[in-house]
Design a protein around this ligand. Structure first.
Ligand SMILES: [Zn+2]
Ligand SMILES: [Zn+2]
Length: 450
């Protein structure tokens, strides 16, 4: 595969034998990104052999693209049933899932979700549960979940990630996407900018924990990142070619996750911060902030932590001799305070995986000491946090937590505890191992809120 000339089609519908030793596959069959792409929808439905579609949209995505989807299906005599969710802001919770299921027409053998975010999550989940294939019609280039294999939903007021499957077809009509609100375009851009830190976290874990890592997948994402950043000015002008490159990058992130078999190529500590803030907003009944906007802010913060780390000189003997903080009652009380109704799951995870146990920390510290030169050169290759913050300012997106209503306490809690939500090694666990998480957190919070 020649990465410099790659197009999305190179990644679809055929296995790629890779020199990492794995054979990479993605189940996405068709991706149409271009002006007028929606006109191809009926032929794709027919080509893949479906008779009747269940079209799901909300009132906004119906106006943006749903109406046109129905007209296009009618023009080729493809029968359909449609259901338009009428809430101004659809929440992917039990109520919404239930009402979609009640309207799902059992004579349909395909679900077409119209919408990039929540509608995509709902369509992905319901189609998976009902063993139906689904297509996604994008309405904004706002996040990288197009080709994701999981569906984040809200159950019992908690964000929970469910297994799901990828869409068979992704249709991104640039005539529609170029009209998306600018904050959504900026959020998609920021979601891709987050790949700087997520790829670094992935490699970090490969060096320290010998975790599976594929250089080809990382290179695909680095190239998508480079193309997206080069498209910045075009995005500001709603140039369709630029919107197309951003959309490709967002779709590729999903394909890269399928290739890797997990979310490593698209999600690292910057996403863990974003998820933590999302949960906090949910508990506090605050209005949700665009996923990509939070990821951009998280990326700037994580880059700052990497900068501190690159400048620190270590006395490894002293660090290794320092006692490991215990996940005792005081720790559990802190988890209960920070995670509220989600605390039980967080505590159970630690009991199951023991990532904070002295023996595991000791093993990792030995590996960090051994590979420090390699780690240092990895983190020295990251772009400066100020440069990335400027990219976000240029695209008119937020770069400071205050801009989305995050106060000092929320940022502090997220830096100290976001690593407890998943058993996924990132810089946050590395700093904890080095007993630097607390001092760095205090330093960055002081700098951000002085
Ligand atoms: Zn590979
Ligand atoms: Zn993301």
């Amino acid at each position: 595969m020649n990465l410099a000339t790659m197009t999305i089609a190179d990644f679809l519908d055929h296995p790629v034998v890779c020199n990492c030793g794995h054979c990479h596959t993605s189940d996405v069959k068709t991706v149409e990104i271009g002006p007028g792409a929606l006109s191809k929808l009926p032929s794709i439905v027919k080509h893949l052999g479906y008779d009747k579609a269940f079209v799901l949209a909300d009132c906004h995505t119906y106006r943006a693209a749903g109406q046109q989807v129905l007209t296009n299906l009618e023009s080729r005599d493809i029968p359909y049933t449609s259901f338009i969710l009428d809430a101004d802001e659809v929440v992917p919770d039990e109520y919404t899932i239930g009402s979609v299921l009640m309207h799902l027409d059992p004579s349909c053998n395909l679900i077409i979700g119209v919408g990039t975010g929540t509608i995509n999550d709902i369509s992905r989940f319901i189609s998976h549960r009902m063993r139906l294939p689904y297509f996604i019609v994008a309405t904004a280039p706002s996040m990288d979940g197009f080709a994701s294999t999981v569906a984040p939903l809200i159950t019992n007021n908690l964000k929970t990630t469910y297994d799901a499957h990828v869409p068979q077809a992704i249709i991104a009509d640039l005539d529609i996407l170029a009209d998306a609100p600018m904050p959504m375009i900026a959020a998609g851009f920021a979601d891709i900018v987050g790949k700087y830190t997520c790829l670094c976290d992935w490699k970090l874990s490969a060096i320290i924990n010998d975790e599976y890592y594929c250089e080809t997948i990382a290179s695909i994402m680095r190239l998508a990142l480079k193309r997206t950043i080069a498209s910045k000015n075009g995005l500001l002008n709603r140039d369709k070619a630029a919107i197309g490159r951003l959309t490709e990058a967002l779709v590729l992130a999903g394909i890269a996750m399928s290739y890797a078999g997990n979310s490593r190529p698209a999600s690292g500590s910057e996403h863990h911060l974003s998820h933590f803030w999302e949960m906090r907003f949910l508990f506090e009944n605050k209005k949700a902030v665009l996923h990509g906007a939070k990821v951009g802010i998280g990326t700037v913060i994580i880059l700052r932590l990497y900068e501190y780390l690159a400048k620190t000189h270590f006395d490894f003997a002293k660090i290794k001799a320092s006692p490991t903080p215990k996940p005792n009652d005081a720790w559990k009380a802190e988890i209960a305070r920070v995670f509220g109704p989600a605390a039980e799951g967080v505590i159970l995870l630690e009991e199951r995986v023991g990532k904070n146990l002295p023996a595991k920390r000791g093993q990792r510290l030995a590996s960090v000491e051994k590979h420090w030169a390699e780690i240092h050169s990895l983190i020295s290759a990251l772009p400066p946090s100020d440069e990335v913050a400027k990219l976000l300012v240029d695209i008119q997106g937020p770069m400071h937590p205050k801009q989305v209503g995050l106060d000092q306490a929320a940022v502090k809690d997220s830096l100290l505890f976001a690593k407890e939500v998943r058993n996924r090694y990132t810089i946050l666990q590395l700093l904890w191992d080095l007993q630097l998480l607390e001092p760095y957190t205090n330093q960055i919070v002081n700098e951000l809120y002085q």
